[in-house]
Write a protein of this length. Structure first.
Length: 357
């Protein structure tokens, strides 16, 4: 009952993908744990240096011989607006003082981001990683040709029908359809952010009617019920973030895990305050204090760098109030489990739900 086009494409038993979660969540134990239990473990390599990424791939290979994937961020083209940077720094100064942060942020450079991205691609090829997914944009035709040449399966991300069509045209083998429920950053790259907030219930069937790629549903899915619903709407697989983030093996900060476990859906909001790009997570003091300045802040990834030390200091000081607590809209279903327990529960749930349908 589990085998379908996606499981065959990815050579996995269950069409369950552990969402790549950049920023230290996707520990080697988490990724290998998911792959070893029949799903697909993915490294969130968005913020990694090529070396860090290579080391982790090798470490995971010691823990599993099953397929794994790597997720990359397409480098965004941004302009460093001096006035915005100046204003943002001034607005963040009081928070920096609260945590005695003296370190000045090192701003990223677009050329360097492109170089890093290309080096990451080369490592994926060199290490023979079978699956590579992308967010925040589409790889160039040259990259697609090169990856295809090495037999690497490519998965794109879409938040609207238009973006899904663009993924299909670009030559992706499958596409993650990210609903507005999803935790973390929006993968939106073409549509205006405010017009890209489509719930999964609406998005999946509208995409399914128009494209022929295997669809992977993402956003708010935590258990078998979510998987069955996504399948009924036209998806052949799911990508789950928050459910895996709270697992024992995940590398997320314990404060982050606890905050999700104790949260209600009403606390989950969208913000641009941490990074300059819209993302979903738990509300806290930083978001409340900064919400009215969202349009003043420089765009991603500049704002992300400006707030980096603040987020770190908040965690180091044991407070969640200035951390980015990314979470999808279903925190009440999050459970502290091992990966094996979560995977077993999902499989049993689906079999049960299927029977009752
Ligand atoms: C902490 C966190 C980090 C994330 N980082 C990434 C990432 O690096 N790349 C990516 O494609 N998606 C990322 N996502 C989004 C997921 O791929 C997925 O869309 C989302 O987790 C689905 O919603 P859910 O959390 O309710 O399951 C992240 C999500 C979370 C919660």
């Amino acid at each position: 009952m589990w085998e379908n086009g996606l499981t065959k494409l990815l050579k996995i038993k269950y069409p369950i993908i552990q969402a790549p979660m950049a920023g230290g969540v996707t520990s080697s134990e988490l990724v290998a744990g998911v792959s070893n239990t029949g799903g697909l473990g993915m490294i969130g390599a968005g913020y990694m240096s090529p070396d860090q990424m290579q080391n982790q791939i090798r470490e995971i290979r010691q823990l599993t011989d099953k397929p794994i994937g790597v997720n990359l961020f397409l480098p965004s083209n941004y302009t460093a607006n001096e006035e915005k940077l100046h204003k943002a720094k001034a607005l963040l100064q009081s928070v920096k003082e609260k945590f005695n942060i003296e370190k000045e942020p090192v701003l990223p450079a677009h050329e360097q981001d492109i170089k890093t991205f290309n080096e990451q691609l080369n490592i994926i090829i060199e290490e023979k990683v079978p699956i590579c997914s992308f967010t925040f944009g589409l790889p160039s035709p040259e990259v697609v040709v090169k990856m295809r040449e090495f037999g690497i399966i490519m998965i794109g991300t879409a938040t609207t029908v238009q973006e899904a069509l663009m993924n299909e045209k670009a030559g992706m083998n499958a596409v993650v359809v990210q609903g507005s429920e999803a935790g973390g950053h929006r993968g939106t790259f073409h549509t205006e952010e405010k017009h890209s907030l489509i719930g999964l219930m609406s998005l999946i069937p509208q995409v399914a009617d128009r494209i022929n790629l295997p669809l992977i549903a993402a956003g708010g899915i935590m258990d078998g019920r979510g998987i069955m619903a996504a399948k009924c709407l036209g998806a052949v697989g799911v990508q789950m973030g928050t459910a895996f983030l709270v697992c024992e093996e995940s590398g997320a900060n314990t404060l982050h895990k606890e905050a999700i476990i104790n949260a209600s859906e009403e606390e989950v909001i969208l913000t641009k305050a941490f990074s300059g790009k819209m993302a979903r997570g738990l509300n806290n003091t930083f978001i409340e204090e900064m919400s009215r300045y969202e349009d003043v802040f420089p765009e991603y990834p500049l704002q992300n760098e400006l707030t980096k030390e603040i987020r770190k200091a908040s965690a180091a000081n044991g407070t969640t109030e200035y951390m980015s607590l990314w979470s999808g809209q279903s925190p009440r279903i999050a459970k502290k489990l091992t990966v094996r327990e979560l995977m077993n529960n999902i499989v049993m749930d689906v079999e049960k739900t299927r029977g009752s349908l």
